[in-house]
Design a protein around this ligand. Structure first.
Ligand code: SF4
Ligand code: SF4
Length: 129
């Protein structure tokens, strides 16, 4: 899974660029997170294949594209397996294992930071790969 941040300026935020890129390339782009305002937007997407072709289409339409080189990291020394982060995770990327310890499926994480902000032990951080 390759995650990218699409940044729309006020010039292009009103255009259906994402829909056009999907139709024109045939690549089913998965939206992981979207912050949309009247004058700008930031959208995190997963581009499953043909990344260069898709990225060039976005850039040609005036959208800034940045590959996300970050991932969620759990500090196992500080985590007390309290489970507080599990229900907050919008993608169910965090779960209990059979021995009731916490695991994180990084492939499912959309970097929303909900667990980072909620963890009482500050055990979750978003770091570069
Ligand atoms: S909220 Fe923090 S301490 Fe609790 S299980 Fe999640 S990462 Fe561990
Ligand atoms: S940042 Fe934390 S809460 Fe958000 S998707 Fe990733 S694991 Fe889940």
């Amino acid at each position: 899974m390759s995650k990218y941040l699409l940044e729309y300026s006020s010039d292009v935020v009103g255009s259906p660029i994402l829909s056009k890129v999907i139709v024109e390339t045939g690549v089913l782009i998965n939206v992981l997170r979207a912050d949309i305002e009247h004058d700008k937007a930031s959208i995190v997407v997963d581009i499953p294949h043909d990344e260069d072709r898709v990225i060039n289409r976005f850039r040609g339409s005036g959208v800034t594209v940045r590959k996300l080189q970050e991932n969620i990291k759990r500090d196992i020394e500080n985590c007390i397996d309290c489970g507080a982060c599990i229900s907050l995770c919008p993608t169910e990327a965090i779960y209990f294992t059979e021995d009731w310890s916490i695991e994180v499926d990084k492939g499912e994480c959309i970097l929303c930071e909900a667990c980072v902000l909620a963890c009482p032990m500050k055990a979750m951080t978003i770091q570069e790969h």
